[in-house]
Design a protein around this ligand. Structure first.
Ligand code: GDP
Ligand code: IMO
Ligand code: MG
Length: 421
């Protein structure tokens, strides 16, 4: 079976930490979408590591790691990431597999991302500027470069130059000039490096692994509210981040999907532009950012902070058929009382518990339920039983409102700072 772990909010829910922990129970961790816009933080022997393209199973001995066809890869980021990991895990390359069908981010994709954002002005998406949107556009527009195309040097050069020319025309229309000489040099070096990696026919490989009883965990990137179809469009990323993305992002049948772990922070954050109904523009929002150290793992940008939004969460749970919930950063709420959770929205004077079609043009007023805070630091609790009564009430309410079992509660950055409920 293929189990799935994905974010239920706007990303940065703590996926990296939890995948690193769960990977002990799996043979393979597979990324199925997104690219270096992701920043998944792990603490290995108290040292912080941020992964962008490589699955978060690399630090579990023996665990194989697959970058699936649905991922978009920047060869330069990948090469740098491997160099960092090798220092700690010298055998990483023998456990890393890359689908030949994954698409490649070129320097001009990054330039186009920047040009498009500059042209949007105040309406910009707040993209990570990693070239994600333009690369997926070339994929669906049937112009993309795939990992398999890198292998034959001569035909690669032809395909790359053709794409670069097309991008030069587009950049001309944007009236956007950028010198990519340095980027291109690094890119071509990294492309040569990628030719030495385990590039495989991943769908057949996964099929073999499944037939021999190997356990696979698909690791999501971004979050459900950034999904290209169901997120807060157009302020979204360019891939399907919900569970449906696993099947076409890895080439496994939907029938093979087993558990779907949905992960949420105990509050809510968003980085980049776009609607965020429970955002706090006051000192409580600032205090959450400070306590939670809410700064982007990829871009370093301050994250916008607010209360947990159960309307959005229930929508995400529904879309992916979440079977088990994981709540992270519960320790951050220690110093907040009362706590709030949005349980419905007021839209045009009417109360609703459904996500409106377009949050950008619909004004919504969250309706909050309040909870008493707790007086014992959650990271001092070694088991769920040891947690204060008011904390248990908060967890019970999440379970009941979302209609899903709460399996794990994260109470710190470390791999083992996790309570089983
Ligand atoms: P991801 O993109 O979903 O993997 O999440 P990020 O790594 O971007 O952001 C999550 C941040 O929260 C990281 O800095 C983690 O180290 C941190 N984190 C994860 N779980 C917990 C937790 O339970 N408590 C605290 N205090 N920090 C956590
Ligand atoms: P992880 O996997 C949080 C956001 C960007 C921007 C929008 C589009 O670490 O949770 P893009 O670069 O994809 O064109 O940006 O999506 N975004 C993320 N926000 N966590 C992420 O990944 C994100 N990846 C993209 O900030 O608003
Ligand atoms: Mg992140």
């Amino acid at each position: 079976m293929v189990d799935v772990l994905l974010g239920l909010q706007w990303g940065d829910e703590g996926k990296g930490k939890i995948v690193d922990y769960l990977a002990a129970n799996y043979d393979i961790i597979a990324r199925f979408q997104g690219g270096p816009n992701a920043g998944h933080t792990l603490y290995i022997n108290d040292e912080k590591v941020v992964l962008h393209t490589i699955p978060s199973g690399v630090f579990q001995p023996g665990c194989k790691n697959l970058i699936g066809n649905g991922v978009v890869i920047d060869p330069v980021t990948l090469k740098k990431e491997i160099a960092e990991i090798v220092k700690r895990q010298p055998d990483v390359l023998s456990r890393l597999y890359i689908s030949q069908r994954a698409h490649i981010i070129t320097p001009t994709h990054k330039a186009l991302d920047a040009a498009s954002e500059a042209a949007k002005g105040k309406d910009k998406i707040g993209s990570t500027l990693k070239g994600i949107g333009p690369t997926y556009m070339d994929k669906t527009g049937r112009n993309g470069l795939r990992v398999g195309d890198l292998l034959d040097e001569k035909s690669f050069e032809e395909k790359y130059n053709k794409l670069k020319e097309k991008h030069a025309q587009l950049l001309g229309q944007y009236d956007y000039e950028v010198d990519i000489t340095e980027w291109e040099k690094d890119f071509l070096d990294a492309v040569a490096y990628m030719r030495e990696l385990n590039v495989i026919n991943a769908e057949y490989w996964l099929d073999e692994q499944l037939k021999t009883g190997q356990k696979i965990l698909a690791e999501g990137a971004q979050g459900s509210m950034l999904d290209i179809d169901f997120g807060t469009y157009p302020f979204v990323t360019s891939s399907n981040t919900i569970a449906a993305g696993v099947s076409n992002g890895l080439g496994v049948s939907p029938k093979m999907v087993g558990e779907v772990y949905g992960i949420t922070k105990a509050y809510c954050t968003r980085v980049g532009s776009g609607p965020f109904p429970t955002e706090l523009h006051d000192e409580t929002g600032d205090a959450l950012r400070k306590a939670g150290n809410e700064f982007g793992a990829t871009t370093g940008r301050p994250r916008r902070c607010g209360w947990i939004d159960l309307v959005a969460l229930r929508y995400s749970v529904m879309l992916s058929g979440v079977t088990q919930l994981i709540v992270t950063k519960t320790d951050i709420l220690d110093s907040f009382s009362p706590l709030k959770a949005a349980t419905s929205y007021i839209v045009d004077g009417e109360e609703t518990d459904q996500m409106p079609y377009d949050l950008c043009t619909t004004e919504v007023q969250p309706v909050y339920r309040e909870f008493e805070g707790w007086d014992k630091p959650i990271n001092e609790c070694a088991t769920y039983e040891e947690t204060p009564e008011s904390f248990k009430q908060y967890c019970d309410f999440l379970e009941q409102y979302l209609g899903t079992k709460l399996s794990y509660i994260s109470n710190g950055v470390g791999r083992d700072q996790l309570l089983k409920k």
